[in-house]
Ligand binder design. Structure first.
Ligand code: ADP
Ligand code: MG
Length: 684
């Protein structure tokens, strides 16, 4: 007896070779087979009398083969079968290319259903390579909605379709319903058996929709349960104990009061620290929302318990800036603050390392140098990583591995819609700083095209004469990329600008430069030694240049909204009125709509939601580094509402049965565990 775990080779028609081809598609068992959902569907439900089929229409016709099919070799490697079919209304000439076997399969005088695209030229009607079935013996390729599957060499659609049909017949009834009955009925979803049948062989489009709805929900629900369970398990791990401290003592030292959002984020984190469990918290806040202060408060808090913190920045220059800010804030409060970066001399590094080893520092700020093999910590209780998307997951955990499970605070300036954040940072709790410090000026944003170049140059001239500095960002140009409109590469553009502004100091920084050279150019700009900095998006991270008042983005159409928003956040950080100019010659409606959102709002979360709506989740899920399992039917961007619902239901269920141990949740648990094991190496 076959069951869901049976090898696909059990299926009639699937031999060694086809099985291997199926393996390539990730199909090994019967369960995999029936979970191998179609890529799309062909609507073959429309029947027409031959004479009524219109030119270009894809239709089914019922027709009798009127003559004996003729085989002709036209040239080497090319033959064709020609025949004529008729019904009461008319005649159609049918041609098959390179399918000589058709000659013997189609019998003169027999009645068939043909599905194909009708061509009409004058009074002549013809079809090329239509699929066919003998009338009354249809087995699934005509007269219905036909599934189209992803393919690999050695397979064809008919083989997959027939295999899936057998798979469903053999063990469709054994499918356990992973959705608990309560969830299924609360969300008005169809049963598993119905869904799996109709996702492959929909009775009609209504049934297909019901099946899809259920399976999308199921997929997101399983994912949400998996991540939720992971969070739940983590919480049970004991964290380094941190004693209660009076935060007000810290707030009092500031020249300003923290925003409500900053307070909330700190309180949430403090609750984690006091809970006895390990903190794993993401603080998400728009550029300039004051995340550094949140980190400072927690570093101070941990220090009150006599423990030390490490603060990891993605670049030398950011480490330098954070060192400056944080030591300014914390040294007066008695914390001993050090830094460790690759640029330091060997002697300096040695000294810092020995200080760390001897517990003579309360805070260390640095780049990835912080987790080199030879760095030893004493009492490390808190690890803060800034702009975490810049760090590989491995780097983050390398530092975490240094102490005995220190608390972790991750700060990200990429606003992500909340539902998506829960998924991407599945193992992290999320705090959102959704409020900017008071008195922040808005960066005026304009979208312009090349015809404004002259005026734009005049503006650059004027600002620089006033002593301001200018950022210019060009898109990254992939080599051998063929594009309809020429892109400005950072280097070329810098040359043009240097020629256009002979009296201004123009510098260029791009991704292909050595980190050291990059930092040198950046530092010169920070120090005010250059007027215009042309770059690729390498400056996206939180470098602070309060004197920069203008951000120009070339080929702005090439950037995602969230990215543009990040870039814009590089200006308006000082007391100077600031501008962002998006230059684009692309004039599609889509581009115009996107850029116009930038001119209308400065709210990073609104922008990221629009971005998600317009471009899907790809931008947030860069290069699969999120480590999520691939989705089969769901689309994390497009199905945001379902995702939210699935998450809510998963939370409810896990509150009731955290380990998914109840009998009725067993099928769900199996699926959840399989999801983990399938993607074990890609998970955080
Ligand atoms: P980001 O979230 O982008 O890292 P920062 O932490 O760099 O933001 O803060 C941006 C600026 O806002 C800094 O100059 C900081 O001193 C200032 N700032 C932070 N919090 C407040 C506040 N509550 N009131 C006024 N200014 C603040
Ligand atoms: Mg920052």
């Amino acid at each position: 007896m076959a069951d869901l775990t049976t090898d696909v080779r059990y299926i009639k028609g699937i031999g060694e070779k086809k099985a291997l081809a199926l393996h390539k598609l990730g199909v090994f068992t019967l369960y995999d087979l029936i979970s191998f959902f179609p890529r799309k569907y062909d609507d073959r439900t429309q029947y027409r009398p031959i004479a009524q089929a219109m030119d270009g229409e894809s239709v089914c016709i019922r027709a009798v083969v009127a003559d004996t099919p003729r085989l002709a070799h036209i040239r080497r490697g090319m033959d064709l079968v020609k025949l004529r079919a008729v019904d009461d209304s008319g005649i159609v000439d049918i041609t098959y290319f390179n399918q000589s076997y058709v000659k013997d399969n189609l019998q003169r005088g027999e009645s068939y259903v043909f599905f194909g695209r009708m061509e009409v030229k004058g009074s002549r009607r013809s079809m090329v390579n239509p699929v066919y079935e003998q009338e009354g013996k249809e087995n699934g390729v005509t007269g219905r909605i036909v599934p189209i599957y992803r393919m690999s060499a050695g397979l064809n659609q008919r083989a997959i379709l027939q295999a899936v049909r057998q798979g469903l017949d053999l063990c469709g009834d054994q499918l356990p319903d992973v959705l608990p009955e309560r969830v299924r009925s609360a969300c008005e979803l169809v049963q598993a058996r119905y869904a799996y049948e109709n996702i492959h062989f929909p009775a009609d489009f209504g049934a297909l929709e019901l099946a899809r709805r259920r399976l999308i929900f199921e997929e997101l629900f399983v994912l949400a349960c998996a991540l939720g369970r992971m969070r739940g398990e983590r919480v049970r791990e004991g964290g380094i104990p941190i004693a209660e401290a009076a935060l007000d003592d810290f707030w009092k030292t500031l020249p300003f009061s923290p925003t409500g959002a900053q307070r909330r984020a700190v309180e949430q984190a403090v609750n984690d620290l006091k809970s006895g469990a390990v903190m794993n918290r993401l603080v998400q806040g728009d550029v300039g929302s004051g995340k550094t202060l949140v980190a400072a408060a927690l570093i101070w808090y941990v220090h009150q318990s006599g423990k030390m913190s490490a603060f990891m920045a993605p670049t030398e220059i950011l480490a330098e800036q954070h060192y400056h800010t944080l030591s300014g804030m914390l040294t007066p409060l008695g914390l001993r603050v050090g830094k460790l970066t690759g640029a330091m001399s060997a002697k300096e590094k040695r000294e810092v390392k020995s200080a760390l080893k001897n517990g003579e520092l309360d805070l260390i700020i640095g780049t990835h140098a912080l987790f080199s093999q030879d760095v030893e910590y004493q009492n490390l209780a808190l690890v803060v990583t800034d702009e975490q998307h810049r760090f590989g997951v491995g780097q983050r955990s390398a530092l975490i591995g240094k102490g005995r499970k220190p608390h972790v605070l991750v700060m990200s300036a990429t606003p992500i819609p909340r539902t998506l954040a829960l998924i991407i940072y599945g193992d992290l709790d999320v705090s959102v700083i959704d409020e900017l410090p008071p008195g922040r000026q808005k960066v005026d944003t304009f979208a312009v095209n090349e015809s404004y170049r002259q005026r734009l140059n005049g503006f650059v001239e004027k600002l620089c004469a006033e002593g301001r500095q200018v950022f210019v960002v060009c898109p990254m140009v992939e080599e051998n990329e063929e594009l309809p409109t020429p892109l400005k590469s950072a280097e070329e553009h810098a040359k043009e600008l240097a020629a256009a502004f002979p009296h201004l100091r123009v510098a260029c920084v791009h991704g292909k430069m050595k980190p050291k050279d990059k930092d040198a150019v950046m530092s010169a700009f920070v120090a005010g030694e250059t007027d215009i900095l042309v770059s690729t998006t390498v400056i996206e991270v939180g470098v602070d240049v309060p004197n920069a008042a203008l951000m120009i983005v070339e080929n702005a159409e090439r950037f995602g909204l969230s990215q543009l928003h990040q870039l814009r956040g590089r200006v308006g950080r000082g007391q100077h009125k600031s501008w962002c100019i998006l230059v684009s010659d692309a004039d599609t409606e889509e581009v115009k709509a996107r850029l116009s959102i930038m001119t209308k709002t400065n709210d990073g979360f609104r922008i990221s939601e629009e971005d998600l709506r317009l471009r899907g989740p790809g931008d947030f899920f860069g290069a699969r580094q999120h480590g999520l399992p691939a989705m089969h039917v769901a689309d994390l961007g497009a199905d945001a509402q379902t995702l939210q619902r699935a998450q809510a239901e998963a939370t409810k269920l896990l509150a009731d049965d955290p380990g998914l141990n109840k009998t009725e949740n067993r099928p769900l648990r199996e699926r959840v565990e399989r999801l983990f094991s399938e993607s074990a190496d890609s998970f955080n």
